[in-house]
Design a protein. Structure first.
Length: 380
């Protein structure tokens, strides 16, 4: 018997990987499933980005291995993007590392900084990958509470009371997934001071700052941030390029070069055409963001109607690609989503996928057309 490694014994298959198989089975049995579960943008990428990808196939070096650090023009594009949209100055030579999506960055950062037995502060609720990667590396997740009453921000007094001795990394993610909460200026100052005080690397995972959000924020804009912070960002949601796999890591040279030491031993560069397309996407004008958000505004208004139809409540000021909705008292998230799937053939995500503090909530994705959401409303 060939046994899998011990580290896999604490890591389950990703919820969506399992659930989408079940949903596919229902579909194959003829059920008219509406999928409002997953956040995979269904809109088109910028036209010019797709054209550049296509045209670049004939370039001389298009099919060769690429630099581990990406094309210089891509790093420059990322640096300009940060200057234009976040007012953050980054050296394209030393403070920018293109990634194949931000998800891989979570693994690379963790591999660069964690030893077995180290601890990692992880938001509850939060993106499940932070905890699974931590466990894969035999480090220990320490979940910190995010509560609606505190606008889904951590309680720093409670954090200070923890045993922080072996904590190496703290994951934060604003605009927050799944709740859509935005953080205040005060929060960013506090978390940077916390990281400095305890020698903890603060990583802000920032893929949603352009979705239904008027004021995109980078943690690197704040004082002293470069001393203790890294930021992940992504083209997946901002430019509807989730399947392309393009993201970025930004921050100070020492941290970036540690991550590059891991990454350069794991892949052999990003496909040339994808980098060319990404460079073009990053140049999009304000018009792109306006028209993207006008679609999401209309969809969100419909999803609110759907949520109301299911007796749920929600925060109208939230950002991001989802509506995070509160169930009527005493209802359990998974029972509720299973029932909605069974009765209405609508797949939505139970809040508990994101941690125990997601109990009593569900998450609706905005990655479906208005017609589809209207059909869902008609069903409930
Ligand atoms: C909070 C958060 N971080 C990171 C990711 C990964 O995005 P990507 O790897 O496509 O850049 C996602 C995707 O759903 C996410 O919700």
């Amino acid at each position: 018997m060939i046994e899998v490694a011990k580290r896999l014994q604490n890591v389950e298959e990703y919820y969506f990987s399992k659930k989408l198989r079940e949903v596919a089975l229902l579909k194959s049995q003829g059920k008219p499933i509406i999928n409002l579960g997953i956040g995979s943008p269904d809109l088109e990428p910028p036209f010019k980005a797709s054209m550049l990808l296509q045209d670049s196939l004939l370039d001389e070096k298009a099919h060769q291995y690429q630099s581990y650090q990406g094309l210089p023009e891509l790093r420059e594009g990322i640096s300009s993007f940060y200057k234009n949209h976040y007012q953050v100055h980054l050296s394209s030579q030393t403070e920018v590392l293109p990634l194949m999506g931000s998800k891989e960055g979570i693994m690379h950062i963790s591999m660069a900084f964690l030893n077995k037995g180290d601890k990692v502060l992880i938001p509850n609720p939060g993106y499940p990958t932070y905890a699974s990667v931590t466990k894969l590396l035999e480090a220990k997740p320490v979940f910190y509470d995010l509560k609606e009453g505190n606008n889904w921000e951590p309680d720093f007094a409670a954090l200070e009371r923890l045993d922080l001795k072996r904590v190496k990394i703290m994951w934060i993610n604003y605009p927050h997934m799944p709740t859509g909460a935005n953080a205040t200026n005060k929060f960013y100052d506090k978390v940077i001071a916390f990281g400095k005080r305890h020698d903890i690397l603060i990583v802000n995972d920032n893929p949603y700052s352009f979705i239904l959000n008027d004021k995109p924020i980078s943690i690197l804009r704040y004082k002293n941030a470069k001393d203790v912070c890294l930021e992940l960002n992504s083209l997946s949601k901002t430019f509807n390029m989730a399947g392309w796999r393009v993201g970025m890591l930004v921050g100070n040279y020492d941290f970036i070069s540690a991550v590059l030491r891991v990454k350069s031993n794991m892949d052999s560069g990003m496909f040339y055409g994808i980098q060319k397309g990404a460079i073009e996407a990053l140049k999009c004008s304000e018009m792109w963001f306006k028209s993207l958000n006008s679609v999401y505004h209309r969809r969100r208004a419909l999803v609110w109607k759907l949520a109301k139809g299911l007796n749920c409540t929600y925060d109208e000021y939230a950002s991001g690609l989802f509506v995070w909705a509160k169930l009527p008292p005493h209802l359990k998230s998974e029972e509720f989503t299973d029932l909605v799937l069974k009765e209405h053939s609508i797949f939505i995500t139970p809040g508990t996928v994101f941690g125990s503090n997601g109990e009593g909530y569900v998450r609706f994705s905005l990655c479906a057309s208005e017609e589809i959401i209207e059909e869902a409303i008609a069903r409930v």
